[in-house]
Each structure stands twice: as structure tokens, then as C-alpha cells.
Design a protein around this ligand. Structure first.
Ligand SMILES: C[S@@+](CC[C@H](N)C(=O)[O-])C[C@H]1O[C@@H](n2cnc3c(N)ncnc32)[C@H](O)[C@@H]1O
Length: 204
């Protein structure tokens, strides 16, 4: 792998600068990326009045899908990359102007006060920061009664395997079950590696 390719791959955890913009462009156009985001949104059964938190929206394509479903709802997107939040704002400028979309620069491991949500979605964004009971417990606590969270992971990078996806789902399942949520795992068959989604629901 040459240096430029490696520099680009490293960008996906926190895109910045020139290579960050290219990473954002790749995420907003690559079919596999768009497919697993659409699949995750569909799994969540979003209602028109839902309040939604997206963690790690990257270039903000999925925000457009969420806005088109939660037409009377409110969406908050948290990303620790200023470069990605700029792409989110450009891509969804009407929703930002109308205050239907609030963009927050922060890590989900140290969230400011955001209120609570009916849905939480994260697609290939929770695997970079080293999760623990406290971080994921706080995420679980942001769900309203009856609310649901969808965390999708498709292993990428130098040595992706389905086993890595299954292992991450097992970790998330243990954490969110411990936090009192009802969990299930869905799999989207993809080549060469599947996408995995852990759904965790807070009972009413
Ligand atoms: C691989 S990209 C995925 C982007 C988008 N969800 C998609 O599927 O196209 C990961 C995104 O999560 C963000 N991210 C990673 N770790 C994060 C953290 N600890 N807090 C907030 N955002 C994070 C990155 O900045 C990046 O925008």
C-alpha cells in the first residue's frame, strides 16, 4: 500500500484537510456506503415526528434520508471532524437554516447536553474510539422510552473479516443488554464482507 493510499484510509476515522474532503467525497458516492446507510435507516422505522441523533454523519448523505422521513421531527448530528460537519452543512443547508438540523462538533465519548431521542443511528463510526461501559451507557440513556438505536459496522481497512463484524456486534450486544435495552442483530450480505447492525430498543 503506498503512502497516499494509507493517508487516505487513515482519514475515515476523523477526516481533515484535503484528504478529508476526498474521504468525504468517497463516502458520499461509493455504492456500498450508500447501500449500508439506506439499509440502516430502513431498519429504524422512522416516524414523521421522531427526534433523531446521528453519530458520525461523515459527509451528511444519511442526514438527507433522515430529514425526508422525520418531516416534523428534529435531528442532531455529532461528529468530531469539522471538515465533515462543513460537508453536512453544505449538503443539508435548508434544514440547518430552518433549525430542523443541528450540527455539533464533539466526540460521542464526551457529549454535551443534547436532550433525548426517539432514534439514534451510527454507521461505521463507533469502532474507532475505544468504547466502554460508561460511554455506551450514556448513549443508551439518551433514548426515550420506546426509542431505538441502530449501530452498523462493516469491517473495512487492511484485513476486514466477517469475524471482526460479529465480534463487534457481540461486544455491543453485551453492553446494551447490560444497560437494560432489548437487542437484536441484522446482517446485510455484501461483498467481500457483510454489514452488521445491532438494534437496541428501550422498552416503554
Ligand atoms: C467512516 S466515517 C462514516 C461516515 C458515515 N456514517 C457514513 O457511513 O458514510 C466515520 C465518521 O465518524 C466520525 N467519528 C469517528 N469517531 C468519532 C467520535 N468519537 N465522535 C464523533 N464522531 C466520530 C468521523 O469523523 C467520520 O465522520
Amino acid at each position: 500500500m503506498n503512502r497516499i493510499t494509507r493517508a487516505l484510509i487513515n482519514q475515515f476515522s476523523r477526516p481533515s484537510g484535503f484528504f478529508g474532503h476526498i474521504a468525504g467525497w468517497i463516502m458520499s458516492t461509493r455504492t456500498s456506503n450508500l447501500d449500508r446507510n439506506q439499509w440502516t435507516v430502513d431498519l429504524l422505522d422512522i416516524k414523521p415526528t421522531d427526534s433523531i441523533l446521528e453519530i458520525g454523519p461523515g459527509p451528511g448523505v444519511t442526514l438527507g434520508l433522515l430529514l425526508s422521513k422525520a418531516i416534523d421531527g428534529k435531528i442532531v448530528a455529532v461528529d468530531h471532524s469539522a471538515t465533515m460537519l462543513r460537508q453536512c452543512a453544505l449538503r443539508n443547508r435548508a434544514a440547518v437554516r430552518d433549525k430542523r438540523l443541528c450540527l455539533v462538533e464533539a466526540s460521542y465519548t464526551a457529549l454535551p447536553e443534547l436532550g433525548s431521542f426517539d432514534k439514534i443511528i451510527a454507521v461505521n463510526s463507533l469502532q474507532f474510539s475505544g468504547n466502554n461501559d460508561e460511554t455506551l451507557g450514556k448513549l443508551a440513556a439518551l433514548l426515550n422510552p420506546g426509542g431505538e438505536m441502530a449501530i452498523t459496522f462493516q469491517p473495512r481497512g487492511s484485513a476486514p473479516t466477517n469475524e471482526k463484524g460479529e465480534a463487534f456486534m457481540a461486544e455491543l450486544n453485551a453492553w446494551f443488554s447490560e444497560a437494560g435495552l432489548m437487542t437484536r442483530c441484522e446482517i446485510l450480505p455484501m461483498q467481500p464482507i457483510n454489514a452488521f447492525c445491532l438494534l437496541a430498543r428501550r422498552e416503554t
